[in-house]
Design a protein around this ligand. Structure first.
Ligand SMILES: *[C@@H]1O[C@H](CO)[C@@H](O)[C@H](O)[C@H]1NC(C)=O
Length: 279
């Protein structure tokens, strides 16, 4: 029998411990990887669905004509509301509910009540504009949009779905409803090389935006500030980087991440669409 070195036993002992440890390690790793999809799949991506608010009394008037041409370029910054997907069923909100533009993109159902001019229809409108106060008129005689009144100055085609236009002004009941939008959120870029001004359109669910961030491939998340209407800005040089956006809903506080919305060769004046949306 060959002589056994006294340290040999110790070597075998250490080696066995190491084998046991590495086995334990791979067991832990296996358990970990099998757990990851479960935790990410179930609670975090479960869609938050915006539910309608109760019906509330207000009043409605209309502006513009049947073409809704005068509803273009409203205070939300949507520009051409028809080509941008909002159609002609839109309204200007009194400042009480316009809330400095945070109401931009919200959807409302409006029906006429308590007036011989009412028809049975319900209009579903998107908030695209502000109805400013006119303090030279009494709040109950023409100054319909003066605070604290809740008022909808509807595009004429939308108004004609709920009442005869001859009525001028009608009492209505309204409620917030989820906005159903086809496809993902859209981002329209303006600004310059050091300033990205983004108009956010086609937002589903509650339809509104409370906070927003942008991220280039070489940056961390950059908080964007509210400019006007539905536009948000970042003072940053982002040229040549693919851009992602993160949006928190004003109403639901739900946050959505829109990854790689714009490719690295993005340009000002163009609109980019995310693959995700609120519901
Ligand atoms: C406010 O009302 C006055 C009186 O009717 C009118 O002359 C004026 O044009 C109105 N202003 C706006 C901004 O609509």
């Amino acid at each position: 029998m060959a002589p056994v070195h006294p340290l040999w036993g110790l070597c075998v002992f250490v080696a066995s411990i190491m084998i046991i440890l590495s086995t334990l390690d791979s067991v832990t790793a296996a358990t970990y990887t099998s757990r990851v999809p479960r935790t990410t799949r179930v609670p975090r991506t479960a869609p938050v669905v915006y539910t309608p608010s109760p019906w509330t009394l207000a009043h409605a008037t209309f502006y513009g004509d049947e073409s809704a041409a005068s509803t273009m370029g409203g205070a939300c910054g949507y520009g051409n509301i028809v080509t941008n997907g909002y159609g002609t069923d839109t309204a200007a909100l009194s400042s009480t509910i316009f809330t400095d533009g945070y109401a931009c993109g919200q959807c409302y159902q409006i029906k006429c009540v308590q007036s011989p001019w009412c028809s049975k229809g319900v209009a579903t409108i998107t908030a695209t504009n502000l109805c400013p106060p006119n303090w030279s008129k009494d709040s109950n005689a023409g100054g319909w949009c003066n605070p604290p009144r809740t008022h909808f100055d509807m595009a004429k085609p939308a108004f004609m779905k709920i009442a005869q236009w001859k009525a001028g002004i009608v009492p209505v009941q309204y409620r917030r409803v989820p906005c159903s939008r086809a496809g993902g959120i859209r981002f329209s870029f303006q600004g310059n090389g050091y300033w990205l001004l983004t108009y956010v359109m086609n937002v589903g669910g509650a339809g509104d935006i409370g906070q927003m961030w942008v991220k280039g491939t070489k940056t961390a998340w950059i908080s964007m500030s509210h400019n006007w209407g539905a536009s948000y800005q970042a003072f940053a040089t982002l040229k040549g980087q693919a851009l992602s956006f993160k949006i928190t809903s004003y109403t639901t506080k739900q946050t959505i991440v829109c990854n790689n919305v714009a490719p690295a060769n993005w340009n000002l004046g163009l609109t980019y669409q995310a693959s995700v949306n609120f519901h």
